[in-house]
Design a protein around this ligand. Structure first.
Ligand code: C2E
Ligand code: MG
Ligand code: MG
Ligand code: MG
Length: 284
């Protein structure tokens, strides 16, 4: 009896595991052809300086229009792309497309804007990164000052000696470095001090429940103070409410990003979204 139920249990487990594995395998299969089928696109979310509300530029965020599953966000396929190595060619496409778009805005007079592109851990560790960045800037005749690369704190802190070298090479190109999701990793202050970064982005998790007197409020104030000391620009991501904006402004956060001031939109809606979501009057 024990043996039989054990076997049934095993079969049941195998069947459900197969369903999940099949699903992932199918998604991976689809992901392999997605670049060639032109199923990827970018949406752009504005970054505003605080408190004056000037547009500093935009962050490019990847979207996948799956033929059956519909629009998929990066949280649902970046991991798979990372594990399969597909993130490298996909990431090169992202960089190329974002720089192409930045060149368009540059020619429209927004030459002070910066385009921010996210890099995953594998892209960041990839040997070809520096050459690809340099070649992409050249191809679009884009000044390096118009590009920011965002790496998460945990990516930047992993294997710190190699990371430091890569960050230095990026910095030597004249490209800005932003440490994304800051506060979720394990930065040592000593490392942070030597990091050739320009910007820290406070993770959305600290912004979410932000009100005066809370623990998150104290953490955010501390990060802003740290940024001031280390001469880093502090950006808050995930700003959704006026209360959050007011708090972040009051503690001296340098820049803000979030649904309150602008959702990520396709390039052709970016200019209209800028004025509709966050009219000049509200920016001051
Ligand atoms: P991230 O770089 O920290 O980007 C911020 C995420 O928060 C984006 O999600 C954005 O749409 C979302 N967001 C912005 N404002 C708000 C807000 O006010 N409230 C809320 N609830 N969310 C907000 P998204 O586009 O789904 O991207 C998720 C993550 O996927 C990104 O986090 C980034 O780590 C990664 N990612 C996105 N695009 C790329 C890419 O082209 N390459 C790589 N390697 N990773 C990417
Ligand atoms: Mg980012
Ligand atoms: Mg972030
Ligand atoms: Mg994040």
């Amino acid at each position: 009896h024990t043996k039989r139920s054990g076997r049934n249990g095993y079969h049941f487990f195998e069947a459900s595991m197969n369903a999940n594995a099949r699903n992932q395998l199918q998604l991976l299969q689809d992901l392999r052809g997605a670049l060639q089928r032109k199923e990827f696109s970018l949406v752009y979310q504005p970054k505003f300086s605080s408190p004056d509300g000037n547009v500093l530029g935009a962050e490019a965020l990847l979207r996948w229009q799956h033929p059956v599953r519909g629009l998929i966000g990066p949280d649902d396929f970046i991991g798979l792309a990372e594990r399969s190595g597909l993130i490298v060619p996909i990431g090169e496409w992202v960089l190329d497309e974002a720089c192409r778009q930045m060149r368009v805005w540059y020619e429209q007079g927004h030459s002070k804007w910066k385009m921010a592109v996210n890099l995953s851990a594998l892209q960041f560790a990839h040997d070809g990164l520096i050459d690809v960045v340099r070649a992409t800037l050249l191809r679009h005749r884009l000044p390096a000052q118009c590009l920011t690369l965002e790496v998460t704190e945990s990516t930047a802190m992993h294997d710190t000696a190699t990371s430091m070298e890569t960050l230095q090479k990026i910095s030597d190109l004249g490209v800005d470095i932003s440490i994304d999701d800051f506060g979720t990793g394990y930065s040592s202050l000593l490392y942070l001090k030597r990091l050739p970064a320009n910007e820290l982005k406070i993770d959305r998790g600290f912004v979410r429940d932000l009100t005066h007197g809370t623990e998150d409020a104290a953490i955010v104030s501390a990060i802003v103070a740290l940024g001031r000391t280390l001469n880093l620009r502090i950006v808050a991501e995930g700003v959704e409410t006026q209360l959050q904006q007011d708090f972040l402004t009051s503690v001296g956060c340098d820049a803000l990003q979030g649904y309150l001031m602008g959702r990520p939109v396709p390039a052709d809606q970016f200019m209209t979204a800028l004025t509709a979501d966050y009219p000049q009057g509200k920016r001051a």
